[in-house]
Design a protein around this ligand. Structure first.
Ligand code: GRF
Length: 221
């Protein structure tokens, strides 16, 4: 068996996606060693989840820094501490500046609750409802300098129901997001995905469109 890959997870809030990763590790599904969880919010529930799982935690509150560059420089140092093979942004609500991006290029991924390239940024659920869309979903993408604009690895699609509110839609998407993040990270632990600049290779072949989460929780082209 190959050695588990090291991961650092960045959060800002509830951390249910972090929990999904922890549960998959505990269940033996993921060969991943999350050795550091960093939050920019001291009250984030995800920190408790990490502590309960025996994972080192750090808090770096952006409000305590003079400017974005100082925050980013400290964040990059903290992120390097765990020598991660992979950095996972799971509900991390800060823009990633160049000082953070450069050292982790090609090995930093983000979960975004929309079918990118649609609806970058916030309020994605309401925006999809307002636009009259009949589907919504979530994407896992490589982080680049462009906000929610990096190459998309994988997606999950769910229907928007006529009576849906943003909250109802978010609640229905949650469990599918958890499956998506686990299945996508599994591709990394098996060394099946890599990003070279703008394009993604899966199993050594150029990927033409994002992998799609299937009903059974697996990812398929
Ligand atoms: C998820 O919906 C994710 O798509 C978005 O923020 C939420 C994080 O949830 N970026 P959690 O903190 O993992 O529970």
């Amino acid at each position: 068996m190959t050695e588990a890959r090291r991961a650092t997870v960045l959060i800002s809030g509830n951390g249910s996606n972090l929990q999904a990763l922890i549960d998959a590790i505990d269940a033996g599904q993921l060969q991943l060693d999350i050795n550091h969880v960093i939050s920019n919010v001291a009250s984030a529930k995800g920190l408790e989840r990490a502590e309960k799982a025996g994972i080192r935690t750090s808090v770096l509150e952006h409000g305590r820094f003079e400017n974005r560059d100082d925050f980013d420089a400290s964040m990059a140092l903290l992120m390097a501490a765990g020598e991660p093979d992979l950095v996972i942004l799971a509900g991390f609500m800060r823009i990633i500046g160049p000082a953070i991006l450069e050292p982790f290029k090609g090995r930093m991924i983000n979960l975004h609750p929309a079918l990118l390239p649609k609806y970058r940024g916030v309020n994605t659920y309401q925006r999809a409802i307002d636009a009259g869309d009949d589907i919504h979903g979530a994407s896992i993408h490589f982080v680049t300098a462009e906000l929610d604009g990096g190459p998309v690895i994988s997606q999950v699609v769910i229907p928007i129901l006529p009576e849906d509110t943003a909250d109802a839609l978010a609640e229905r998407l949650g469990p599918r997001e958890h499956e998506l993040i686990v299945a996508s990270v599994e591709f990394f632990t098996h060394h099946r995905v890599e990003c070279d600049g703008g394009s993604i290779k899966v199993d050594g072949k150029l990927m033409e469109k994002p992998l799609l989460l299937q009903a059974d929780g697996s990812l398929a082209a």
